[in-house]
Design a protein around this ligand. Structure first.
Ligand SMILES: Nc1nc2c(ncn2[C@@H]2O[C@H](COP(=O)(O)OP(=O)(O)O)[C@@H](O)[C@H]2O)c(=O)[nH]1
Ligand SMILES: [Mg+2]
Length: 328
């Protein structure tokens, strides 16, 4: 039985990975998801690149879908999963398996029956940057908006493939979609039955290798059709509009952290200074000197623009901006 960090209660967890032609990516997902899974199930879409064999070698259980799309794979995953909670995570390394504890936590705490990881709260590299991504983001937002008005909730992401459900609830949804429209179907039917949906922020990375198999222009009409169909035919539960939603509240905001001590800031500047000097001495010439000797309490001076990853560890631990707030 998995022991999930921060959980008040233990439950068995089945991690289901729908995969089609992900042989280069799936080893990462399997290895990193394994510690959280009592049952690690890959639902293979008849991959031709050896995904299923690779997954088996790595110790995952593998079942085949019916070649009709990811929604079918999700339905098979729900049927076959051996766990009290089922977690869906994509095989393309877009989702971080180490977010699984945060995604199951509201269920373990008894606050939700269905938890969806939100890319709008956590950030996405797959929803910004070109026209195709823009269309996906706006389409997704419009669908989410419709769901919010119909059920009196305030979700931010109805389309993410990274989610967790109590297995009995997942089985009660009677899912019908065969393609990725299953994500919105799961949300709508959960709300219509009066179960609680909670979102947690999770970052979506760009897929590690390969290309997405989803063509927005080819399936847009199916999204609109299934969205309207379920909104119309699945009214909110009597007296339940809005009751089944608990807005995400950041339980560990960055401003709750103490600011770094003067000694830590000086250490940060010393390390950056040394690195900056070395770089300049090497004559890489790619950046301006990384630090100067101005006193630390001169506001806005002397701090180089740095990425998260370039913070020295000592400061990273103590600056709230670098905390992973999704874990409460
Ligand atoms: N089993 C199965 N998995 C699929 C199918 N289509 C896509 N997937 C998987 O579903 C996940 C999401 O697909 P992806 O192409 O990344 O879509 P995107 O993230 O929406 O661009 C990935 O893990 C795919 O390998 C399918 O027909 N069957
Ligand atoms: Mg993807």
């Amino acid at each position: 039985m998995s022991s999930v960090v921060g959980a008040e209660q233990d439950a068995t967890i089945a991690v289901v990975i729908p995969a089609r032609n992900e042989v280069d990516n799936i080893p990462y997902v399997i290895e990193h998801a394994r510690p959280y899974a009592d049952d690690l199930l890959v639902v293979d879409g008849h991959s031709t690149d050896g995904t299923a064999e690779r997954a088996r070698e790595l110790g995952a259980r593998v079942v085949l879908d019916n070649r009709i799309g990811k929604g079918d794979a999700v339905r098979i995953g729900i049927r076959e999963a051996k766990g009290e909670i089922v977690v869906f995570i994509d095989a393309d390394c877009s989702h971080n398996p180490h977010d699984i504890p945060a995604v199951v936590e509201p269920i373990l705490e008894g606050r939700a029956e269905h938890v969806t990881a939100s890319r709008m709260l956590g950030g996405s590299e797959e929803l910004h940057g070109d026209l195709g991504k823009f269309v996906r983001m706006v389409g997704s937002d419009i669908i989410t908006l419709g769901i919010n008005y119909r059920y009196g909730v305030a979700l931010t992401d109805s389309q993410n493939g990274f989610r967790a459900l109590r297995i009995d609830v997942a089985r009660a949804l009677d899912l019908r979609e065969t393609i990725t429209t299953i994500e919105q179907e799961m949300i709508i039917k959960t709300l219509a039955l009066g179960y609680r949906v909670v979102e947690v922020p999770a970052r979506e990375a760009v897929r590690r290798s390969g290309v997405s198999s989803i063509s927005v222009s080819r399936v847009a009409h199916r999204y609109v059709y299934s969205w309207l169909k379920y909104l119309v035919t699945r009214p909110p539960p009597p007296g339940g509009r809005g009751r089944s939603y608990q807005p995400y509240q950041n339980r560990h905001p960055w401003w709750a952290d103490p600011p770094p001590t003067r000694a830590q800031v000086l250490e940060f500047r010393r390390v950056r200074g040394a690195r900056g000097r070395r770089r300049n001495e090497r004559g890489s010439g790619d950046t301006a000197p990384m630090v100067d000797s101005k006193p630390v309490d001169t506001p806005g001076r002397g701090f180089p623009a740095t990425s998260r990853s370039s913070h020295p560890a000592s400061l990273r631990v103590l600056t709230g901006c670098d905390q992973d707030t999704s874990r409460g």
